[in-house]
Design a protein around this ligand. Structure first.
Ligand SMILES: C[S@@+](CC[C@H](N)C(=O)[O-])C[C@H]1O[C@@H](n2cnc3c(N)ncnc32)[C@H](O)[C@@H]1O
Length: 260
């Protein structure tokens, strides 16, 4: 627990400095961060980290908005439903593999006029997933509710900053796009091992630090599953599920209709 935001910033800058010296010139840093909320007052943390990384000569390649459809419902402000993921590279000669993370075209039948007539305008391998990522809570966490133990939120040392584990797909997309087989992926705040287990599942070397023994135990279990090829990883590149309106939960309840 940090006594103040300044103490947190100072500690994180020391960490980033030491990470930087270990990172290869072709390497990347993905820093996933939300807001610090105290007494209803919101401080967006990504701008703080942008300044720190810039001071250490990192280059920002994308500021990705990661949107999710779950979380606390606020009463006196709009409910927070996104976090940011800052992708920095150490230099200009960085790895970026687009093909493994392409997503299906929304309109694959779209055409453009060419000298040979009308031809499909998109890429048959799919489209660039863009810097706005959407993940579905139900699909992401069903079957693996790893944060589901009592009081975890109250005990969490950074509960106002990172309230929960993130879906495999966030880590998986970064790992596939920014690293190659055999590369090393480090997560200094490993939690239940989402990043390290995805790294192992994708034949990278995953290293994680975690000081809470409960999370560490789960992380080790998931790492073992990844090594055995048994980790449930949602296939990257699938579009979030959209309700078709026929589901029971999509119907307006009779009680509300009765209100007139
Ligand atoms: C938000 S969680 C990360 C969740 C992770 N992305 C996942 O999907 O499981 C942050 C984790 O960092 C751990 N942590 C915080 N400070 C740490 C430190 N100085 N050393 C090791 N672990 C730390 C916390 O115990 C917590 O589990």
């Amino acid at each position: 627990m940090f006594s103040s935001l300044d103490a947190y910033k100072e500690k994180m800058e020391t960490l980033i400095e030491s990470l930087s010296s270990k990172l290869k010139d072709t390497g990347s840093v993905c820093w996933q961060i939300g807001n610090h909320v105290k007494d209803g007052s919101v401080t967006p943390l990504d701008y703080i980290f942008f300044e720190i990384f810039q001071r250490h000569n990192f280059i920002l390649r994308n500021r990705i908005i990661w949107r999710f459809n779950f979380g606390l419902n606020a009463r006196k402000r709009f409910s927070g439903r996104y976090e940011t993921l800052l992708w920095f590279t150490k230099g200009s000669d960085y790895k970026f593999n687009l093909d493994p993370v392409r997503v299906p075209q929304i309109y694959p039948g779209k055409t453009k006029r060419t000298e040979q007539g009308y031809k499909p305008s998109g890429n048959p391998k799919g489209k660039n997933p863009s810097d706005f990522w959407e993940f579905d809570a139900k699909q992401s966490f069903e079957g693996q509710p790893v944060w589901d133990f009592p009081n975890v939120k109250a005990n969490h040392p950074e509960k106002t900053i990172h309230p929960c584990q993130f879906p495999n797909e966030v880590a998986d997309r970064c790992i596939l796009a920014l690293t190659e087989i055999g590369d090393t992926v480090l997560d200094p705040f490993a939690g239940v091992g989402t990043v390290v287990s995805c790294a192992e599942a994708r034949s990278r070397v995953g290293i994680g630090f975690e000081f809470d023994p409960r999370y560490l135990m789960l992380a080790n279990e998931r790492l073992e599953q990844a090594r055995l090829g048994e980790l449930v990883v949602r296939q990257s590149g699938r579009l979030p599920r959209r309700p078709n309106g026929n589901e029971k939960v999509a119907q307006v309840p009779q009680e509300w209709l009765d209100l007139g």
